[in-house]
Design a protein around this ligand. Structure first.
Ligand SMILES: [Zn+2]
Length: 238
């Protein structure tokens, strides 16, 4: 099998699990190499500490079965496309040499999310320029996929995650301090609310229903997708 390397970038530890976690688990099960990279340690989070979040992230990564997880330790709440930040992203892209990159949709309510999207897009481009010297070989990535966050988009395609859904939910619940309401020493947040749990469930059900499956995760790509063999397309006729 032709194994590929997929790199997924998220602003905060737990973003990837909640958005494209099912697809990452599926890619791993299909024999690909999956690398996750968090931009910040989530130090502005209302609940938990950097230390608890690190431990929870390690558990979640294990549940997803991914190959490696990086954290670039950018400043939570203030992610920008500074030259310094771009160099950090370029270096991690050149380290793993991905075939495909996944990142937040470029429209979102959280500034860290859309700023991560812009930062990763620009750094992906720059990682391919040989005259930007990081002491590493330059690396060109042609493919960037955007996963869904707060703002809806019309998906380019939807991945069936029915068989991975339970594992995805387990990886989200590994972030105990963030999503479980039982610890009264921290205030309750949107993430600990029943509504948020319903949002993840109903969203994955909604996108699954559009392709005739139980659960699905939507993706957007800028530009157009080439189809090599039309008879292998899988879709519901309308
Ligand atoms: Zn986030």
């Amino acid at each position: 099998m032709n194994s590929k390397t997929i790199m997924a970038f998220g602003a905060h530890p737990d973003d990837l699990e909640m958005t494209c976690g099912g697809t990452l688990i599926k890619l791993k099960q299909q024999g690909h190499r999956v690398i996750c990279c968090d931009m910040t340690e989530g130090e502005l989070g209302t609940r938990g500490t950097i230390e608890t979040r690190k431990k929870e992230c390690a558990v979640a990564s294990k549940i997803m079965g991914i190959d490696a997880r990086e954290n670039l330790s950018l400043e939570d709440g203030f992610i920008s496309s500074s030259k310094e930040n771009k160099f950090k992203v370029i270096q991690v892209i050149r380290k793993y040499k991905p075939d495909l990159i996944m990142v937040h949709y470029y429209k979102d309510r959280h500034p860290d999310h859309y700023n991560t999207s812009h930062l990763v897009y620009e750094s992906t481009f720059l990682a391919g320029l040989s005259r930007i010297d990081t002491g590493q070989e330059h690396h060109r990535v042609a493919k960037i996929l955007y996963y869904i966050g707060w703002v809806e988009f019309k998906p380019t395609f939807i991945v069936d995650i029915t068989d991975q859904f339970k594992q995805k939910i387990r990886s989200i619940y590994a972030y105990e301090t963030q999503v479980k309401s039982k610890d009264p020493s921290y205030p309750q947040t949107r993430l600990t609310s029943k509504e948020h749990q319903w949002k993840i469930l109903s969203r994955n059900k909604h996108y699954g229903s559009l392709i005739g499956k139980k659960y699905g995760e939507p993706f957007l790509l800028k530009g157009y997708m080439e189809v090599k063999d039309v008879t292998k397309l899988s879709f519901l006729s309308l």
